[in-house]
Design a protein. Structure first.
Length: 132
C-alpha cells in the first residue's frame, strides 16, 4: 500500500534539495549562490520576501499571498540549512507550543530565554556627561 505524500513530505524534500545545493556550483544554482554569498544574503532575502508577503496580504489577492508566502518559507528553509536546522525542528517547536495560550507561551519565552542574556547596563547621567 502506497502512502500519500503529505505537506511535511514536501518540506522534507525541499530541505533535502536545499542542503544538497550547499555543495553545488554558485554559477548554476540559486541556492548555492545564496550560500556562497553568506548569511547576510539570505537574511536580506528573508526581509525582502517578508515585506512582499505583507504587501500581498494587504492587497488581499489570495494567489499572490500564497506565492509570496512560499517565497518567504523557501528562504527561511535556506536560513535554517545555514544553521544546520530543518523544517522538522520548527515543526517540533510548533508541536511543543500546541495547546498553549499564545500569551502564556510568549511570557514564558521572555522570562526564561537562555539566549536573552543579562539586560544591558544603563549608564547614569554622570557617566554620559563625562563621556564614559
Amino acid at each position: 500500500m502506497t502512502r500519500e505524500p503529505t505537506q511535511v513530505d514536501v518540506l522534507d524534500r525541499l530541505a533535502a534539495v536545499i542542503a544538497s545545493r550547499k555543495r553545488a556550483d554558485p554559477a548554476t544554482s540559486y541556492v548555492a549562490r545564496l550560500f556562497a554569498d553568506g548569511p547576510d544574503a539570505v537574511l536580506k532575502k528573508i526581509g525582502e520576501e517578508a515585506t512582499e508577503t505583507v504587501m500581498a496580504a494587504k492587497d488581499g489577492v489570495a494567489p499572490r499571498i500564497v506565492a509570496e508566502t512560499a517565497d518567504l518559507w523557501f528562504h527561511c528553509i535556506v536560513m535554517l540549512a545555514q544553521h544546520g536546522l530543518t523544517p522538522a525542528d520548527v515543526l517540533d517547536e510548533l508541536a511543543r507550543r500546541e495547546g498553549l495560550s499564545g500569551l502564556a507561551e510568549k511570557a514564558g519565552r521572555a522570562s526564561s530565554s537562555p539566549d536573552a542574556g543579562p539586560a544591558p547596563a544603563r549608564r547614569d547621567e554622570d557617566s554620559r556627561r563625562n563621556g564614559k
